[in-house]
Design a protein around this ligand. Structure first.
Ligand code: ADP
Ligand code: MG
Length: 640
């Protein structure tokens, strides 16, 4: 009996309890995955040891033969997964096993629906790894010792709320995870069953996964264990095998291991690059965005190996930020084994790998967009907003990225972003020279923007941009296939050949007819406007605001202000619609001219989603004007 000391009983975080409970229920139909998860952790632990041992070979403690052992005990009804990897000390066990150090756990739990199938996917995506042991076990014991340290620890829990942790003698470094099976799970206590689970889910693991061989005992009439080891998996790094020897399922299982995901990937690309730089890349696009995709501390990057030795997780230098959703492995033949994150930042080899990986991912996306539109649609809804960042970030690939973009537009008038710039160009009207777009804070605000009125009337398509990142896109994308992008809310509206001579004349005439009025409004509004002019953009609204050609648009101003940034003080131009009765009335208004002018300005602001500086004043003016109209017993005045 090993000596025990320093026993503590600790509670799980509340979130862990909830998560465990949900997980057991929602993942039960796929219960074998517990083994995949424990083996995946054992393999990670071996990788970490190999890497740390590059600088401190003594960590091997004389045993450099890394492997994972799976064993079972029928009488005790246990399954044990052992590794001789890095191991953990007491603090690490508490941190890694007793807490879920992931931001947004609470939000995640709130997002669960109660629908088992859906929740199972969500839980998998959250990455419950180690805890999946509780699907089949009602008690889990973990005994571990960190390489290079003396004291081992024993952790135990029944997964309902508490766990114990105590010192424990463990001569061999590494970790044993012992599962005490739940009632009714005895079918797992079989060599054949465990082997088939390992071959199905963990064949790709590069380390040997060994089990003791069994033999048939004729006297006992049952299988008994021998002392001989047998390696159950292929035990070679998956990415080094020839493509035609790897099945789709193996690619998928490998993905789940490297990405810590429970769901199969959407797509992948596997290549061996030869020539000046030699490396292998196996890159995956996940099916679903992690729930913390927008968290800047989120895990990202690829696993980096050098000649099959694990170097680091999350090597973010291997891909540009806008491809941060990509997961996978790069194995370089050129880099030194002692490469550090600092070296990575400067390395010419890394630059070449990064540019090679970027091109591969873009090619994969182009392939999906061209040949598997449903998959591309899925990709776009999960990661489109991230890819859009590439327009400003990756100058060299800007044109390729531009072709991959998808937007909402007045052509479909739905929120779904499905229109490519090429689609748009193919639908451009005779005489149309520009690609028109509007930016707003939400789809509805974009769709209902007054600036679209004339375009809708003329049947000219306008892109509806409502993601924050769209401002960044249009800020960096001036043209597509020679067609300039033009905001419908900026500068003087020049419809070019979309307008005939007669319409142009009519506008000129209105402009001079309303000159006096526009000047008078401008005087009233003072510094709040840069100019007031007659518009040709509107058909049904009385007024709208536009930004001067080279000024910052109002949506971008709002975004930057909300982010706490300083914004140059620019004021909009008020455009009024001479065909609107309210504007026509103003020509003759004397008594309350100032209030009407102010009201026009305020409602134009509201229509584009701005908040008013003086909302109470607006309401008061509006009420007074309404009372005025009601008191006169008349409707809104209309010219006859
Ligand atoms: P993930 O593998 O996605 O990090 P897990 O729940 O599977 O999440 O594991 C949680 C953490 O526990 C791991 O990140 C690792 O630090 C630690 N851990 C689990 N199993 C082992 C092991 N066999 N050896 C060393 N550390 C382990
Ligand atoms: Mg894991």
């Amino acid at each position: 009996m090993a000596e025990t000391a320093n026993k503590e009983t600790l509670s799980f975080q509340t979130e862990v309890k909830q998560l465990l409970h949900l997980m057991i229920h929602s993942l039960y139909s796929n219960k074998e995955i517990f083994l995949r998860e424990l083996i995946s952790n054992a393999s990670d632990a071996a990788d970490k040891l190999r890497f740390e041992a590059l600088a401190r070979p003594e960590l091997y403690e004389g045993d450099g033969d890394l492997k994972i052992r799976v064993s079972y005990d029928k009488a005790a009804r246990t399954i044990t997964v052992s590794d001789n990897g890095i191991g953990m000390n007491r603090e690490e066990v508490i941190r890694n096993i007793g807490t879920i150090a992931k931001s947004g756990t609470r939000e995640f739990l709130q997002s669960l629906t109660g629908d088992q199938a859906k929740d199972a996917q969500l839980i998998g995506q959250f990455g419950v790894g180690f805890y999946s042991a509780f699907i089949v076990a009602d008690k889990v014991t973990l005994i571990t010792r960190r390489a290079g340290e003396k004291q081992g620890v024993r952790w135990e829990s029944d997964g309902t709320g508490e766990y114990t942790i105590e010192d424990f003698d463990k001569p061999a470094r590494g970790t044993d995870v012992i599962l005490h099976l739940r009632e009714g799970e005895d079918e797992l206590l079989s060599e054949w069953r465990l082997k088939s689970i390992i071959r199905k889910y963990s064949d790709h693991i590069a380390l040997p996964i060994v089990m003791k061989k069994t033999r048939w005992d004729a006297d006992k009439k049952e299988e008994v264990l021998t002392d001989e080891d047998e390696t159950v998996n292929q035990a070679s790094a998956l990415w080094t095998r020839p493509k035609n020897e790897i099945t789709e399922e193996q690619y998928h299982e490998f993905y789940k291991h490297v990405a810590h995901d429970f769901e199969a990937p959407l797509a992948y690309t596997h290549n061996k690059v030869e020539g000046r730089h030699e490396y292998t890349q196996l890159l995956y696009i996940p099916s679903r965005a992690p729930f913390d995709l927008w968290d800047r501390h989120q895990r990202r990057g690829l696993k980096l190996y050098v000649r099959r030795v694990f170097i680091m997780d999350d090597a973010e230098q291997l891909l540009p930020t806008y491809l941060r959703f990509v997961r996978g492995v790069v194995d370089s033949a050129d880099l030194p084994l002692n490469v550090s994150r600092e070296i990575l930042q400067e390395s010419k080899d890394i630059e070449a790998i990064r540019s090679g990986c970027t091109k591969r991912v873009l090619a994969l996306l182009e392939d999906l967009a061209g040949n598997q539109p449903d998959k591309y649609k899925k990709f776009w809804s999960e990661f489109g907003r991230v890819l859009k960042e590439g327009i400003g970030e990756d100058y060299a690939n800007k044109e390729r990225i531009a072709k991959l973009l998808r937007f909402a537009s007045t052509h479909t008038d739905t929120e779904e972003q499905s229109v490519s710039l090429a689609d748009y160009v193919s639908r451009m009207k005779e005489g149309q020279e520009k690609i028109y777009y509007v930016t707003a804070e939400s789809f509805l605000a974009a769709k209902n923007s007054p600036h679209l009125e004339i375009f809708r009337k003329k049947g000219v398509e306008v892109l509806l941009l409502y993601d924050r990142v769209d401002e960044w896109v249009v800020g960096h994308l001036d043209e597509f296939e020679g067609k300039p992008l033009q905001s419908v809310a900026k500068g003087g509206l020049d419809l070019g050949k979309l307008e005939d001579e007669q319409e142009k004349k009519a506008h000129e005439q209105q402009a001079s007819e309303y000159k006096e009025l526009t000047e008078k409004i401008k005087k009233t509004l003072g510094e709040r406007v840069k100019d007031v002019r007659v518009t040709s953009r509107l058909t049904s609204s009385p007024a709208c605001l536009v930004a001067d050609e080279y000024d910052m648009g109002s949506n971008l101003q709002r975004i930057l202000k909300a982010a706490g940034q300083k914004v140059p003080n620019t004021v909009p131009i008020l455009e009024i619609n001479p065909d609107h009765p309210m504007v026509q009335r103003l020509k003759y208004e004397e008594k309350r001219f100032d209030d009407w002018a102010q009201l026009l300005f305020d409602q134009a602001q509201l229509a584009e989603g701005a908040t008013l500086e003086d909302p109470a004043g607006f309401v008061k003016r509006l009420n007074e004007l309404m009372l005025d109209l009601a008191g006169g017993g008349s409707r809104i005045w209309t010219p006859n």
